[in-house]
Design a protein around this ligand. Structure first.
Ligand code: G3P
Ligand code: MG
Length: 241
């Protein structure tokens, strides 16, 4: 079962910060997950929320600020003083870190609240320019964006994210279409999802921070988990294998 660092090593470092990504890049884990939004001046930035209030010393929507404006805020001290001075990363900066490693990358497009016109094309172009196509999976709760990725670049793996219980997830996947399913932890044990796992379709589960749940998921046979504590999870799962 593969381990993805969720928002970088976000349990021990500020989520979606360069510090969290450098820490994840040092670990011999399978991959890293991060969230992408678009600024007012069309720059792709890595942050979870639509606003910067929770993870910086500023406030306001990402979509209403330029990159230069966003760069005037501190994205580290909300987590701990040790990380004061962290800036919001661009997608390019994050991809650059991992172009030096062999980690797999899950780029989550956060276009489900604001549709961010042009985002899909920009992300795909950057991935292709940096020749990361083969180790990227692009996911979203915005299934229109997932469909758009497949249309532009059919060779790039895509995943539909969802929190709902679907009666026939495989049928729904084909409708989008998507290659994989990224699902929330409580859903993983449902009979409908076990059926998907049995077919061999990639099923990855978020957010798994307790080793007892990781153990259960390994038994079910899911492909991967996303965790805020990749180092802890890696040590535990290696010990048990
Ligand atoms: O991509 C998996 C997971 O990150 C989805 O939920 O809210 O943590 O982005 P969220
Ligand atoms: Mg995410």
């Amino acid at each position: 079962m593969d381990i993805y660092a969720h928002r970088g090593s976000s349990g021990t470092h500020p989520e979606n910060s360069l510090a969290a990504f450098h820490e994840a890049a040092r670990l011999p884990i399978y991959g890293v997950e991060f969230d992408v939004h678009l600024t007012k001046d069309g720059e792709l930035v890595v942050i979870h929320d639509e606003t910067i209030a929770r993870t910086s010393d500023g406030k306001g929507f990402v979509k209403d600020m330029t990159l230069a404006e966003l760069r005037s805020f501190d994205f580290g001290s909300w987590f701990s003083d040790e990380f004061r001075g962290e800036l919001i990363p661009t997608l390019y900066e994050v991809l650059e870190i991992f172009s030096e490693t062999s980690h797999h990358l899950n780029i989550e497009l956060k276009s489900d609240i604001f549709p961010y016109e042009g985002m899909v094309g920009e992300v795909v172009a950057m991935v292709q320019k940096m020749k990361l196509d083969a180790r990227v999976v692009i996911s979203s709760f915005d299934h229109e964006a997932v469909r758009a990725v497949k249309k532009i670049a059919p060779h790039i793996e895509t995943a539909a994210l969802f929190m709902e219980v679907l009666v026939d997830p495989l049928d729904y996947m084909r409708t989008i279409p998507a290659d994989a399913l990224h699902i929330s932890l409580p859903y993983a044990a449902r009979p409908s999802m076990r059926k998907v796992v049995e077919t061999g379709v990639a099923v990855r589960v978020f957010t798994v921070n307790e080793v007892k749940y990781a153990e259960a998921l390994r038994k079910i046979g899911v492909t991967a988990l996303f965790t805020d504590y990749p180092k802890k999870m890696m040590i535990h799962l290696n010990r048990k294998s």
